[in-house]
Design a protein around this ligand. Structure first.
Ligand code: DOR
Ligand code: ZN
Length: 346
């Protein structure tokens, strides 16, 4: 197989940032994906329908100003609201009804970049969760405990046991996406869970294990949250992504930070994979002899879970050496300096 044509895919988890960085990164996502679930962890966070509407306009303008392919084929940002303990459930409901808000994102306070305004006490957001459950609006979860005593490599597994499982029991009808899973524990939990539980998987967690952080020295470009785990977890994620279970789907968690912010005494978490995301996933599916399952993972499972229509149109990947540049502006992309085996045709 030397070319692969699939239905246009979507990215169910991306950070597009704002301002100058938005101008740089939004076109990369729009070039590959028809839709993207846009994370709300700006400063200040996107917590209202009005803020999400304004941010959506800035994204559309950024894609349009770069013109070209993205505009010709159309790109739709799907907006999310950042859950705080004081958020207004009525506003979320209205934003959802008006088609502005697609989902709500739960960051445990302190778990990651710009999460300080997140949730400390889940009990405080019970009315919000009841609203989401009633209207069928998905809750997207950054699944890590924030307790500094818990080993950072265990924070996802502990979150599943202490927080996720009881949450699903309390809200059996809530649609939940466990975002950017990194462990076999998460894979097992989703596999064993109900139809209203799904997970996204990033390209980087399919490619790297925690050794990548320390290969020949400290590698800030390989640092993200949840942090990459042991090899056995990476293998479990590859099996989940390529195994055909419809409750695993594509979410890049592309999370750009400028070089100076990554390469510093306290470097930011986040891997910028947007420019070659599809090629990166294709390499994994190819190596696992599962190219025939890439379309479901990238283009079908996500919309079916969210209850949205599948995209029209197709994209084609060709098997050919594709060098990834060392830099994209002020950013170091994932796979920088490597050559990937697939290329997305324009
Ligand atoms: O690595 C990450 N970067 N993980 C997150 O959860 C947030 C993201 C960001 O916004 O930079
Ligand atoms: Zn993220």
């Amino acid at each position: 197989m030397n070319t692969l044509t699939i239905r246009r895919p979507d990215d169910w988890h991306v950070h597009l940032r704002d301002g100058e960085l938005l101008q740089l990164v939004a076109p990369a996502t729009a070039r590959q994906f028809a839709r993207a679930i846009v994370m709300p962890n700006l400063r200040p966070p996107v917590t209202t329908t009005a803020a999400a509407r304004a941010y959506r306009e800035r994204i559309v303008a950024a894609v349009r100003s770069r013109g070209g392919a993205a505009l010709a084929t159309g790109f739709t940002p799907l907006m999310t609201a950042y859950l705080t303990e004081t958020i207004n459930p009525a506003d979320l409901e209205q934003g959802h009804r008006e088609g502005v808000l697609t989902a709500v994102k739960l960051y445990p306070a302190g778990a990651t970049t710009n999460s300080d305004a997140g949730v400390r006490d889940l009990a405080a957001i019970t009315p919000v969760l009841e609203t989401l459950e009633r209207i069928g609006m998905p809750l997207l979860i950054h699944g890590e405990v924030t307790d500094a005593e818990i080993d950072i490599f265990d924070r996802e597994a502990v979150f599943i046991e202490r927080v996720m499982a009881p949450l699903l029991q309390r809200h059996p009808g809530l649609k939940v996406v466990l975002e950017h899973i990194t462990t076999s524990d998460a894979v097992d939990f989703v596999r064993a869970g109900p139809a209203n539980l799904a997970a996204t998987i990033t390209p980087h967690h399919l490619h790297i294990n925690r050794n990548a952080l320390f290969a020949g020295g400290l590698r800030p470009d390989m640092y993200c949250l949840p942090v990459a785990k042991r090899e056995l977890h990476r293998l479990a994620l590859r099996a989940a992504a390529t195994g055909g279970n419809p409750r695993f789907f594509l979410g890049t968690d592309s999370a750009p930070h400028e070089r100076h912010a990554k390469e510093s005494a306290c470097g930011c978490a986040g891997i910028y994979n947007a420019p070659h995301a599809l090629e990166s996933y294709a390499a994994v599916f190819d190596a696992e002899n599962a190219l025939d399952r890439l379309e479901a993972f990238a283009s079908e499972n996500g919309p079916r879970f969210y209850g949205l229509p599948l995209n029209d149109g197709t994209v084609t990947l060709a098997r050919r050496p594709t060098p990834v540049p060392e830099r994209v502006g002020s950013l170091v992309p994932f796979h920088a300096g490597e050559t990937l085996g697939w290329q997305l045709l324009a």
